[in-house]
Design a protein around this ligand. Structure first.
Ligand SMILES: [Zn+2]
Length: 109
C-alpha cells in the first residue's frame, strides 16, 4: 500500500515535468498582488528556460547568503589593574593590538 502511494506520487511528478516544462517554484516576496502579477508576467514574457531560472535563483541566493567579512571588530577588554573597560576597533586583516588601559596606563598582552 505504501509502495503504491509512493509510485503514484512519482508518476504524477513525471507528468508535471513533461506537461509543464516551464513550471518552476518561484519564491515570491509577500507584497501586493500587483507586484506578484508583474513578476509572473515578466517570467512568462521572458520565456527563460528552467535551467536559466534555476541558475538565476542560485545566483540570487548566493548574493543573499554570502557573508560580509570585511567589517571591523570591536573588542572590549577589562583592565587587570583598575578594572576599567577598554574598547578597541580592529580592522579586517589587522592583528589585535596589545592591551593598554586608557584609564591607568596598564599594559598587558
Ligand atoms: Zn586600568
Amino acid at each position: 500500500m505504501g509502495e503504491m502511494t509512493r509510485r503514484k506520487r512519482e508518476i504524477v511528478g513525471l507528468r508535471n515535468e513533461r506537461d509543464f516544462p516551464h513550471l518552476v517554484e518561484l519564491a515570491l516576496q509577500p507584497g501586493s498582488f500587483r507586484s506578484v502579477f508583474l513578476e509572473i508576467d515578466t517570467f512568462h514574457r521572458d520565456r527563460m528556460t528552467k535551467a536559466e531560472l534555476r541558475a538565476q535563483g542560485i545566483q540570487a541566493l548566493a548574493q543573499v547568503t554570502t557573508p560580509i567579512i570585511k567589517l571591523p571588530i570591536k573588542i572590549r577588554r577589562q583592565c587587570g589593574r583598575c578594572g576599567d573597560f577598554n574598547s578597541v576597533l580592529v580592522q579586517p586583516g589587522q592583528a589585535v593590538p596589545a592591551f593598554k588601559c586608557s584609564a591607568c596606563g596598564y599594559r598587558a598582552g
